[in-house]
Design a protein around this ligand. Structure first.
Ligand SMILES: C[S@@+](CC[C@H](N)C(=O)[O-])C[C@H]1O[C@@H](n2cnc3c(N)ncnc32)[C@H](O)[C@@H]1O
Length: 210
């Protein structure tokens, strides 16, 4: 049953962005846990770490304007970005496949996507994206990278065979350690990809060459 209702998307997003404002406390606790060892995703089990409202609105617009249908997301967290992606593909007649390592976060994301009335447009895969997206054979129109930064490059390479001439890759947090491997790879393949920094230099948008 299609559960989409006008306003449910914006009301859910407003409440989630509001709650995410308390992330600084949750992130602080995560950083304390990782003082004596490398950080790991479970240190931030209670934190949203979301894209901003402005990013979400511009990503949604980009997908709708270009009529992208097949969207893949790496890093669901509590589903803020997924709701923007799902609201976009609701309008283009597409589908989002999103993947989250931590079961507790994926469960909350599923609840939030459902509150927004967008569950018909999303498949949430729980587990390591390198496993959950292995064997993904459908073409990808829009890839959103926002999971663990060291995995941007291997995940991109895993999915690269599914790109086509109009595929766009949006990589968030390109100012964070770990993303340089991905950045160097994509920027080095000038014949295949054209990239530009967006959102104040925080994110990189890459287009596949025609
Ligand atoms: C920055 S947050 C995602 C925020 C989300 N895109 C948003 O804007 O609302 C990154 C998420 O990636 C998840 N993650 C980290 N490593 C992962 C992996 N190997 N596979 C899937 N998800 C992973 C983390 O648990 C975390 O919830």
């Amino acid at each position: 049953m299609n559960t989409y209702k006008i306003n449910s998307v914006e009301n859910t997003l407003r409440a989630l962005h509001q709650d995410a404002k308390k992330d600084y406390m949750r992130i602080g606790k995560g950083i304390v846990k990782s003082i004596f060892r490398p950080m790991q995703p479970s240190d931030f089990e209670h934190a949203y770490l979301p894209i901003s409202k402005e990013q979400g609105v511009s990503i949604r617009q980009l997908i709708v304007q270009n009529e992208y249908k097949n969207v893949v997301e790496f890093g669901t967290s509590f589903g803020i970005s997924t709701i923007y992606l799902a609201d976009a593909v609701r309008q283009t007649g597409g589908k989002v496949i999103t993947t989250e390592l931590l079961e507790s976060k994926a469960t909350r994301a599923i609840q939030n996507i459902s509150k927004a009335g967008l569950n018909d447009y999303v498949e949430v895969r729980i587990g390591d994206a390198m496993e959950t997206l292995k064997g993904h054979t459908d073409p990808i129109d829009f890839l959103f990278l926002d999971g663990w930064k060291d995995l941007y490059l291997p995940l991109f390479q895993l999915l690269e065979p599914q790109f086509h001439a109009n595929t766009i890759i949006y990589a968030d947090n390109m100012d964070m350690a770990g993303t340089q491997f991905y950045g160097n790879y994509v920027l080095g393949k000038k014949q295949n990809y054209t990239s530009r920094m967006i959102d104040g230099g925080k994110a990189m948008l890459t287009a596949c060459a025609a």
